[in-house]
Design a protein around this ligand. Structure first.
Ligand SMILES: C[S@@+](CC[C@H](N)C(=O)[O-])C[C@H]1O[C@@H](n2cnc3c(N)ncnc32)[C@H](O)[C@@H]1O
Length: 247
C-alpha cells in the first residue's frame, strides 16, 4: 500500500480505536494473567495504543511502560483516566525499544503482525530477548492462520447508520502471508476518511522458530488469556516465551 508506514495504522485509527475495539478481548482475564506471569522488573507493552490493556495493568500496581509508533495513539492514552500511570515511549518496537530490563514484555491482539516482514519480526524477538531479565517472559497474543481459508480480496460493510457508512476493503496474499486494507469511513460532515491497516501473519511454529533464534523457548501456550487449553482447532493463541535456562 503506497505511503503506508509504521505509524499509519495508529494515526489512522486513534480517534475511533476505543469506540470500535474496546471489547475485542477480555481485559480482566488479560491483566490477571499478565500480572500472574510477571516476576521481577517492570512490564513493557509493544504497540500500547490507547492503553486498553496497559492502563488496567498499571492500576494493579505494576510499573508499566508502553511503546507505540503513533503519537496520536499515545495522545489518546495520556488523556484517559489512569493514562499518566503508564510510562509512554514514542517509537518502533524493533528499533526503539526502551532499555529495560523488563520482567515481562507483551504484544497483544495481533499487534506483532504489524511488523510486515519475517526479518522485522525476528528482530523484535531478538530486541526483546536483550531486554528481559533472566526469569522474564515475552507474551504474544495472535490469531492462528488457517491454511485452508483464503478469503481472497473484497469489500464488505462494517457498519451502517443514518449518517455514516463504514466499508472494509481488503486484499490477501497467502504466499507472502500478508493482508492489507482500508476502512472507508463515509460521513456527510467529514466526507471520506481512509483508515489503512496491514499485517504479515506467522504461524505458531514460525513464531516458536523466531523465539528459538533469539534464545527463547515456548513455556506455555493457551487459546486465550483465560488459560483455555490450546488445541489444533484453536483460532487464537497466547504464547509465553522464556529463556531455556531461565530461573
Ligand atoms: C491493534 S492496536 C493495539 C493496541 C493495544 N495493544 C490494544 O490491545 O488495544 C496496534 C498498535 O500498535 C501500534 N504499532 C504498529 N506498528 C508498530 C511498531 N512498529 N512499533 C510500535 N508500535 C506499533 C499502532 O500504532 C497501534 O497503536
Amino acid at each position: 500500500m503506497r505511503g503506508y508506514h509504521d505509524a499509519s495504522y495508529g494515526d489512522g485509527f486513534a480517534d475511533v480505536y476505543d469506540e470500535w475495539y474496546h471489547d475485542i478481548s477480555d481485559v480482566e482475564a488479560t491483566t490477571a494473567t499478565l500480572a500472574a506471569i510477571v516476576g521481577t522488573g517492570p512490564v513493557l507493552e509493544l504497540g500500547v495504543g490507547t492503553g486498553r490493556l496497559a492502563i488496567p495493568l498499571a492500576a494493579t500496581g505494576l510499573a508499566v511502560h508502553g511503546l507505540d509508533t503513533s503519537a496520536r495513539m499515545l495522545e489518546q492514552l495520556a488523556a484517559k483516566p489512569g493514562g499518566a500511570q503508564v510510562h509512554a515511549h514514542l517509537g518502533d518496537m524493533v528499533n526503539d525499544m526502551p532499555a529495560g530490563p523488563f520482567g515481562l514484555v507483551f504484544v497483544a491482539y495481533n499487534t506483532f503482525f504489524s511488523l510486515l516482514t519475517p526479518e522485522r519480526q525476528a528482530a523484535c524477538f531478538a530486541a526483546t530477548a536483550q531486554r528481559l531479565v533472566a526469569d522474564g517472559a515475552f507474551v504474544i497474543e495472535a490469531f492462528v492462520p488457517d491454511p485452508h481459508h483464503d478469503p481472497g480480496s473484497g469489500v464488505s460493510v462494517r457498519s451502517v447508520t443514518a449518517d455514516r457508512v463504514v466499508l472494509s476493503v481488503s486484499t490477501f496474499d497467502a504466499d507472502a502471508q500478508r493482508a492489507e486494507g482500508q476502512y472507508v469511513d463515509i460521513t456527510e460532515a467529514g466526507g471520506v476518511r481512509l483508515r489503512p491497516w496491514a499485517v504479515r501473519w506467522a504461524t505458531p511454529a514460525q513464531l516458536d522458530a523466531m523465539a528459538g533464534a533469539a534464545g527463547l523457548t515456548l513455556a506455555e501456550r493457551w487459546e486465550s488469556f483465560d488459560r483455555t487449553m490450546f488445541g489444533p482447532d484453536s483460532p487464537r493463541h497466547v504464547s509465553v516465551y522464556r529463556f531455556a535456562n531461565g530461573v
